[in-house]
Ligand binder design. Structure first.
Ligand SMILES: Cc1cc2nc3c(=O)[nH]c(=O)nc-3n(C[C@H](O)[C@H](O)[C@H](O)COP(=O)(O)O)c2cc1C
Length: 431
């Protein structure tokens, strides 16, 4: 049975806070660090055995029928480019790997260098944002397929997902799906979201922004695929829930969000040239890393609400990503309904051993609230979103209640024994 997305009542969070309060005396080191907050340095490392935590609350998750020892998945990009790096990811304990996006003809993919640019914090010590103008994999499909086969042979119990992208051509999608499927990959992620990759061929984001094309392409894909399919969505659209709905309605088992945000990293004020600069010129790229997390959370929230409303109890899943560097970042995505959490730029900055901190940090958060599994808190923050109109109404109601308190007792019948002193105080004018 696939995990399903459900909105949890607000009472769950209130109960969990009480439980956390009751257990405070026996709080372990992990949770103390979690309460202090902080970044990656403050997060504890978990011991992992084949990706499963050796102790503490379970991080295991079942997604669209796939079993994963933890919810952390390598997001498609440089950390999943070839056999050596994907093997490393499994060895370090990542729950799953999504390989770099492949298409039928890699000869059409020509990358440039430099192709990255960083946004740093004021003290220059921390990378906040990352722009790339990298295309999908430029490695021959046959080579990638051989490596998928080898990885599935060596790590049969671990989840390997092929990320695929093609032109708007039914036969091309069918061939790509068939060839990938033969290697034994566990699922597909469809790249409907690369912002700079070959829009002239109506690929990537150009396809993912057009619900009509998306509907047809998802139909072809789902008619051919025998393994679960996730549609990876672009944030470069006003309402991300519309293409996500189209993909799910056309049979996709899940949605992944977000891919990178269209960006220009900056202009060099000496040369007046844009960055990243190739032969004096640039092209808008995709923005990722810490700075995009608030945007990613908003997009995931919007998709999760749509899924709960339009596809309740159907086992559809959400894979959240964008700016995840810590276990606490991941907890936020899960609180907004994510079943799995992907990391791409975080791995480029911190390396594959990051998985131990991600698991340790997530466990510390769970211990703080006495959560025993990811199901205990998935989607728990979704009920706390409402309209601005409703915020105004609630605030007015709260103010009215406070005002009433200040006025004191209306008549002598209202005096009580237990609240006598407070009631007297409420009517003093100069306290
Ligand atoms: C250098 C680089 C290359 C990427 N290549 C791909 C790709 O081939 N396919 C894809 O679906 N996403 C690709 N992405 C997007 C990431 O998978 C991810 O959606 C995005 O970067 C946000 O997550 P992050 O902040 O954890 O990196 C790439 C990202 C980066 C930084």
């Amino acid at each position: 049975m696939a995990a399903s997305l459900s909105l949890r009542p607000p009472a769950l969070t209130a109960r969990s806070s009480q439980r956390a309060g009751g257990a405070r005396s026996c709080r372990c080191r992990l949770a103390v660090q979690a309460r202090l907050g902080g970044g990656l340095d403050a997060e504890p490392s978990a011991e992992l055995i084949n990706g499963a935590v050796a102790s503490g609350p379970s991080l295991a998750v079942e997604v669209n029928g796939l079993q994963m020892p933890n919810p952390f998945v390598i997001g498609s990009g440089p950390p999943g480019t070839n056999y050596a790096v994907m093997k490393k990811a499994f060895e370090e304990g990542w729950g799953g790997v999504i390989a770099k996006t492949v298409s039928l003809d890699s000869s059409k993919v020509v990358n440039v260098t430099p192709r990255y640019a960083k946004m740093k914090s004021a003290d220059g010590k921390e990378v906040i944002g990352w722009e790339n103008i990298e295309l999908i994999s430029d490695r021959p499909l046959e080579v990638m397929l051989e490596e998928f086969k080898r990885l599935k042979k060596e790590f049969p119990d671990r989840v390997l997902i092929a990320s695929i992208m093609e032109e708007c051509d039914k036969a091309a999608w069918e061939e790509l799906i068939e060839r990938c499927q033969e290697t034994g990959v566990d699922a597909f992620e469809i790249n409907f979201s690369c912002p700079h990759g070959m829009p002239e061929r109506k690929m990537g984001m150009a396809m993912g922004q057009d619900c009509e094309i998306l509907h047809d392409v998802c139909g072809w894909i789902n008619a051919k695929a025998t393994v679960p399919v996730w549609a990876k969505m672009t944030p470069n659209i006003t309402d991300i829930s519309r293409p996500a709905h189209t993909a799910l309605a056309a049979g996709c088992e899940g949605v992944a969000a977000i891919n990178t945000i269209t960006s220009v990293m900056g202009i060099n004020l000496e040369t007046l040239r844009p960055e990243p600069c190739v032969e004096g010129y640039s092209t808008p790229g995709g923005y990722s890393s810490k700075a995009v997390k608030p945007i990613a959370l908003a997009k995931c929230m919007s998709i999760a609400q749509m899924m709960a409303h339009d596809f309740p109890g159907q086992g559809r899943t959400l894979s959240g990503l964008g700016g995840v560097n810590t276990g606490r970042d991941a907890a936020e995505f899960i609180l907004l309904g994510s079943h799995t959490v992907q990391v791409c730029t975080g791995v480029m900055l911190h390396g594959y051993p990051l998985i131990k901190k991600l698991c340790g940090g997530l466990q510390a958060f769970m211990q703080q609230h006495d959560f025993k599994s990811l199901d205990d808190f998935r989607g728990a923050s979704l009920p706390y979103f409402t309209t601005h109109h409703e915020l105004v109404r609630m605030q007015r109601e709260a103010l009215d209640a406070k005002r009433k308190e200040r006025v004191g007792l209306a008549k002598d019948d209202d005096w009580s024994g237990d609240g006598f002193v407070a009631e007297a105080e409420s009517m003093v004018s100069n306290s």
